[in-house]
Design a protein around this ligand. Structure first.
Ligand code: DAH
Length: 344
């Protein structure tokens, strides 16, 4: 009897679990080679049986070990030809919109609910829409507040130089020109550009600008709209206040503050210590005011008949205030680092 079965050649040809199963039958099935050997023991003398039995056992163990190694090997290679339909699938990684896009969508929905229409105006804009039409004549010092990128192009005698719009207020008179007549309820959300680059500035950022013009519009409408937005966007227990300020395109002008989300306007934390997140319980949201008559005139709207209010805030800043995220470097928003973006 041959107790030195050469099985390794067969095993080397095995490519998948199916092949391995077939080979297993060839050795261990009822007609298999090992089974035959075991059966052949019957015809031997007790002495021979002992010796042969030992050899067969050793062979069996050797083959079994080689088979289980092979099984592991083809399973690892994962080309077994088997599909386990009950195994859980591999989930593709799911992305989401950038936080600024999410904020834009949310802000748009909030203002649409109270009848505002989302509009967009050119980012590459005439100086006239960015400044003159907003009551800032050429060389007016207020222009310095809006550091501006100028485009190296022939200026227009009517509209001046070409700029990258430094604020969404440039959409105000464009909207008046589009509609010709009030009522106007616009929400203009766009990219804005200013040549700044540091921990709290990026040269391209976003603003949302509201403009309402109609008969009898007054400060209470402005205040009501601010409160509505604050409650929708930040939560029902937040309040706003209007703090006197100056802008050329509004009169009177205000900065809008909102009660701090951490101390809820009390300026104190639960342990009695001073709140570190705000100034005396308030956080600054952005500018607003009653539309200056000169701006209405620039948009050919009768300033005797109509009044309006406007507001313009930064999206990045407003969103960071909502999430309570204290970003020590706003540039992270645009660094495309997935480890950062995934957290929102
Ligand atoms: N355009 C101003 C800025 O970028 C913000 C602003 C202030 C917009 C007052 C307004 C407003 O509509 O009424 O700083």
């Amino acid at each position: 009897m041959n107790y030195n079965l050469e099985f390794r050649g067969d095993l080397n040809k095995v490519k998948n679990l199916n092949d391995l199963e077939k080979l297993r039958l060839e050795y261990f099935g009822s007609q298999g080679k090992i089974t035959q050997l075991t059966k052949s023991l019957k015809s031997l003398s007790p002495e021979e049986k002992k010796e042969a039995g030992r050899k067969i056992n050793r062979l069996k163990n050797e083959i079994e070990l080689a088979f289980s190694q092979k099984q592991q090997e083809v399973a690892d290679r994962n080309d077994s030809g088997w599909i386990d339909v009950t195994a859980p699938g591999i989930k593709p990684r799911e992305g989401h919109l950038h936080i600024v896009s999410l904020a834009i969508e949310e802000i748009t929905r909030i203002f649409e609910k109270i009848g505002f229409t989302r509009v967009r105006y050119p980012e590459v804009e005439w100086e006239w829409y960015a400044f003159e039409s907003l009551n800032m004549p050429p060389n007016h010092p207020a222009r310095d507040d809006f550091e501006t990128f100028f485009v190296d192009q022939e200026p227009s005698s009517q509209y001046g130089k070409i700029v990258l719009s430094p604020h969404t207020s440039s959409g105000q008179v464009r909207e008046m020109e589009r509609l010709h007549q009030p009522p106007i309820r616009m929400i203009n959300i766009a990219k804005c550009y200013r040549p700044n680059w540091d921990v709290s500035h990026v040269p391209m950022f976003h603003q949302f600008e509201g403009l309402v013009v109609d008969r009898g519009i007054n400060i209470t409408h402005l205040k009501g709209t601010m409160d509505y937005f604050a409650k929708q966007f930040f939560g029902p227990n937040r309040k706003t206040r209007l703090r006197p300020f100056h802008f050329q395109f509004t009169e009177p002008s205000f900065e809008v503050d909102i009660t701090c989300g951490v101390c809820l306007g009390t300026a104190k934390l639960a342990d009695g210590s001073r709140c570190r997140f705000c100034k005396e319980g308030w956080l600054e949201l952005g500018g607003s005011g009653m539309v200056h008559p000169n701006v209405l005139k620039a948009g050919k709207i009768d300033a005797q008949k109509y009044t309006g209010f406007a507001f313009g805030w930064g999206i990045e800043r407003t969103y960071m205030m909502k999430s309570g995220t204290k970003l020590d470097d706003i540039r992270l928003l645009y660094s495309n680092d997935i480890r950062f973006l995934e957290q929102f």
